[in-house]
Design a protein around this ligand. Structure first.
Ligand SMILES: Cc1ncc(COP(=O)(O)O)c(C=O)c1O
Length: 459
């Protein structure tokens, strides 16, 4: 019998106070006398009697996934403690067999590409348009999905990211209608959108809008520890038992109770503290008003900018994307100034923008510090002469080699410049080129420009 009032953390705490002696993993044996209490050794247990088994849950951990199902309004929900990454790998393996075709948005995270690599999938891309003024990737349009499916009707799935790292949301309802009319499942990488429902961003909220598999990182936008995430399955297309089998492959067989307790606590927070999201919205509104007068820096869909200036379906105002194009500093330089002079660390920086991530846990003071710093920096930009422009994304051509074939370092590739590996900037972890694509001049120059601006490029 499911008890949604149960709380994993409280049960672990209660258990830690008992006299039960741990002749089991983990090796620290909850010995806080020896190890101290600065790390939570006292509640770090393994799957002992009474504490269920994540991969075959029927007790306290099932309560937590049932809680997730209720809170997120899904049909099946799963706690993930290897991040969204393990949910994305499992999702792709659930819907494809080795060598199948798949349609993915080009701006997908590397975990999607790694899922494709595992099953040697033939990838057909949707290229979301690049927003002219900011340079960020725009929404994936339903028309582009339809076109991609018509070009590759035997594709086994469509995978898109919504919201993106920069907060751009796609029209999931229309997209899922299209994929379903062809019997194709829609997987939404919602790693940056776990808060969507609670923030009231229901237009494009993927569980609500018909996506078949949705994967959301709790740790990115909600109060939960790093590596925690959830996956949801809805509708009749997906065999949820196959998904569970894949999860058992990609997720550790020793799931951390600390991480699971964090997920459970986060679910309780979402169940009980929804009014905090109203306060968060007000803080963002106030922030937006306070930066109205920026002259050189622009903050995407905030301040004097609005969504009507962009071709986005919707936008998550929780993402503060500070655009530097048209000024004399790059996003990387802006991020350096904020770090060194104002003691603020941003989430990521690119040549022409930088991203500050916010959440329901940010404070009035935090927002005030950011707006004061931006206003201050903006004043110092008033005599800019050099203009750092938006960089167009390269679109490297396919060589005809499959990703596994190109990735096989023992095979000769001939004299042509074909990439053997993924090359990506981290963050955001979106590949610039994938194995088997030509390293043309445009792509090489894009990579060089990123490196010259101080961006970490992983090759
Ligand atoms: C769009 C996107 N998808 C998936 C992931 C992977 O999420 P996780 O770090 O929770 O494994 C990330 C991580 O940054 C991401 O940005």
């Amino acid at each position: 019998m499911t008890d949604l009032r149960s709380n994993l953390y409280d049960e672990l705490k209660k258990y830690s106070k008992t006299d039960a002696y741990p002749f089991h993993m983990p090796g620290h044996k909850r010995n806080t006398e020896l190890l101290g209490v600065s790390l939570p050794f006292d509640i770090d247990i393994t799957e002992i009697d009474g504490f269920d088994d994540l991969h075959a849950s029927c007790g306290i951990l099932k309560n937590s996934s049932d809680k997730a199902r209720k809170v997120f309004h899904s049909e099946h929900s799963y706690m993930l403690i290897n991040g969204s990454t393990c949910g994305i790998l499992s999702a792709i393996r659930t819907v494809t067999n080795y060598g199948d075709n798949i349609i993915i948005a080009r701006n997908c995270h590397k975990s999607v590409y790694n899922g494709c690599l595992l099953n040697n999938l033939e990838i057909n891309f949707i290229f979301p348009p690049q927003d002219e003024s900011s340079g960020v990737c725009g929404s994936v349009s339903p028309e582009s999905v339809l076109e991609a499916i018509k070009g590759s009707p035997d594709s086994k799935a469509v995978v898109i990211t919504s919201p993106t790292y920069e907060g751009v949301i796609s029209d999931i309802r229309s997209i899922s209608r299209i994929t379903h009319s062809y019997g194709i499942p829609l997987i939404v990488d919602n790693a940056h959108g776990a808060h969507q429902r609670f923030f009231g961003l229901m237009d494009g909220e993927p569980v609500e809008c018909g996506a078949d598999i949705v994967i959301s990182s709790l740790h990115k936008t909600l109060p939960s520890l790093t590596q925690t995430a959830v996956a949801h399955i809805n509708g009749d297309i997906i065999d949820h038992r196959r998904f569970e089998k894949e999860l058992a492959i990609f997720e550790t067989s020793s799931p951390s109770y600390i991480l699971m307790a964090s997920i459970d606590k986060c679910l309780d927070f979402l169940k009980n503290d929804c009014d905090l999201f109203e306060k968060y919205k007000l803080r963002l509104q106030k922030f937006s008003e306070s930066i109205n007068k920026l002259k050189y820096l622009k903050v995407l869909c905030h301040g004097s900018d609005s969504i009507s200036n962009h071709n986005f379906y919707s936008f998550d105002p929780g993402k503060i994307v500070i655009c530097t194009s048209g000024t004399s500093i790059s996003g990387v330089e802006l991020s350096d100034i904020l770090r060194k002079k104002y003691n603020m660390e941003l989430e990521m920086a690119y040549p022409f923008y930088a991203v500050a991530m916010t959440s329901v846990c940010d404070t009035d003071d935090g927002f005030q510090r950011l707006s004061n710093a931006l206003i201050d920096i903006d004043k110092s930009l008033s005599h800019s002469e050099i203009n750092i422009p938006v960089l167009p994304f390269p679109k490297p051509k396919k060589s005809g080699l499959g990703i596994i074939e190109a990735n096989d370092k023992t095979l000769p590739l001939g004299s042509e410049k074909i990439s053997r590996d993924y090359i990506f900037a981290y963050p955001p972890g979106i590949p610039i080129v994938i194995p088997g694509e030509f390293l043309d001049d445009e792509t090489v120059s894009y990579i060089e420009t990123l490196k010259a601006s101080g961006i970490k490029v992983i090759e």
